[in-house]
Design a protein around this ligand. Structure first.
Ligand SMILES: O=C(O)CCC(=O)C(=O)O
Ligand SMILES: [Fe+2]
Length: 224
C-alpha cells in the first residue's frame, strides 16, 4: 500500500468540485459485482456526459502521469475509474473487487485498486477506507487531492459516513508486473536508482549497472 500526496492542486480540486454538481448521480449498486452489491451503499456519477468524461479524463491523467504511480504500480492498463459520493448513512461493507473488469480489448486483471480523495477530510465524519492486511487493518482518510494505491487482493470497506459528503475517484490498474513481491523489488530498485543519480555523475558505471539490473528485471518479470 502506498499513499501519494498532492496529486491534484487546489485549482483542479475547485474545478472538479464545481463539475461534480452538474453530474447526474445513480445508485452505486449498478456497477458492483454480485457479492459487493449486497454491501454497497453510495451514489455514483454518470460519467457518460461531456462534463463527466472530461472530469474523468483530467483526474485519470493526473494519476497516470505521476512518477510514483508509475514506479509503484507499473501500469499496463487502467479500468475506467468511477466517481462516488457517500452521504450520511452510506457505507461500503467488506468486499473484494472483481478480479477481471471490462470487455474485449478493455478487459483487464485488477492487480491494484486506488482511491483519490476529492473532499477535505474535515467536511465529513466517518468514511475511512479500511484495508485488511494479514496482520492489521489499515485505515485511510486523506486530504483532498491525495491518493492511496493498495493491492486488489485485499478485503476492504468504507466505514459509514455519519455527516457530510465524501467524494472520491476510484480506479483499478493491471500492472505489467503481476507478482506483488516482484513489484516491490522493482520499486526499491527504481528508488535506489533515483537516489544514486543524485550522488554519482551521469553515465557512471554504478548507475549504468543499476539501470541494466532494473531493465533486465522488467524483462524477466513483465507480462509484455
Ligand atoms: O470509496 C473507496 O475508497 C473505495 C471504494 C471501493 O472499494 C470500490 O468501489 O470497490
Ligand atoms: Fe472495492
Amino acid at each position: 500500500m502506498i499513499v501519494i500526496e498532492n496529486i491534484l492542486g487546489q485549482d483542479v480540486l475547485t474545478e472538479v468540485a464545481a463539475a461534480l454538481r452538474e453530474l447526474r448521480w445513480e445508485d452505486g449498486r449498478n456497477t458492483a459485482g454480485a457479492t459487493a452489491r449486497r454491501v454497497k451503499r453510495n451514489q455514483q456519477a454518470d460519467l457518460s456526459s461531456r462534463t463527466g468524461s472530461k472530469v474523468r479524463e483530467v483526474l485519470l491523467e493526473a494519476v497516470k502521469r505521476h512518477p510514483v504511480v508509475e514506479a509503484y504500480a507499473r501500469p499496463l492498463k487502467f479500468a475506467p475509474p468511477l466517481i462516488s459520493c457517500s452521504g450520511e448513512g452510506d457505507a461500503y461493507g467488506l468486499h473484494i473487487d472483481n478480479p477481471v473488469m471490462g470487455k474485449g480489448d478493455a478487459r483487464l486483471r485488477t492487480d491494484l485498486s486506488f482511491t483519490l480523495f476529492l473532499s477535505p477530510p474535515e467536511s465529513y465524519d466517518g468514511g475511512e477506507l479500511e484495508i485488511e492486511t494479514v496482520f492489521k487493518t489499515e485505515s485511510v482518510k486523506l486530504p483532498a487531492g491525495s491518493m492511496v494505491i493498495y493491492p486488489s487482493t485485499e478485503l476492504h470497506r468504507v466505514t459509514p459516513v455519519t455527516s457530510g459528503e465524501r467524494f472520491v475517484f476510484v480506479g483499478w490498474i493491471q500492472s505489467a508486473i503481476k507478482d506483488a513481491a516482484q513489484r516491490a523489488i522493482l520499486f526499491d530498485v527504481t528508488n535506489l536508482k533515483a537516489g544514486l543519480a543524485r550522488r554519482f555523475p551521469p553515465g557512471s558505471p554504478e548507475l549504468l549497472t543499476l539501470a541494466k539490473t532494473e531493465s533486465n528485471l522488467i524483462r524477466m518479470w513483465s507480462d509484455i
